[in-house]
Write a protein of this length. Structure first.
Length: 132
């Protein structure tokens, strides 16, 4: 960790740094504020790269909880689920996905959507778009 302040407590780690590199968990964070709790991770950064879960996020705010992921970003790439999202707001829950984006590409389900609002539930898909 190349940082100004690093605090490691019993249950969580708080890093206030410009560059933070954790090789054991394959996490590279170029950020100003990084907070990692026991069950979730909150990153306020411009560039966040997590190799363990194959997640690359170029965003301002990234919140990863135990059951779901909330990304407020311009570019978000998740390789594990073969999902590429160029959006402002992306919310992925355990059972469904809500994407407010201009371009959404999901390779696992072979879905390509150029839309403003895309809601994919467990059993069906609702798309408010210009091209689908």
């Amino acid at each position: 960790v190349v940082a100004d302040y690093v605090v490691v407590l019993a249950g969580f780690t708080v890093v206030v740094a410009e560059y933070a590199v954790v090789l054991a968990g394959f996490t590279v964070v170029v950020a100003e504020y990084v907070v990692v709790f026991a069950g979730f991770t909150v990153v306020v950064a411009e560039y966040v790269v997590v190799f363990a879960g194959f997640t690359v996020v170029v965003a301002d705010y990234v919140v990863v909880l135990a059951g779901f992921t909330v990304v407020v970003a311009e570019y978000a790439v998740v390789l594990a689920g073969f999902t590429v999202v160029v959006a402002e707001y992306v919310v992925v829950f355990t059972g469904f996905t809500v994407v407010v984006a201009e371009y959404v590409v999901v390779f696992a389900g072979f879905t390509v959507v150029v839309a403003e609002y895309v809601v994919v539930f467990a059993g069906f898909t609702v798309v408010v778009a210009e091209w689908v």
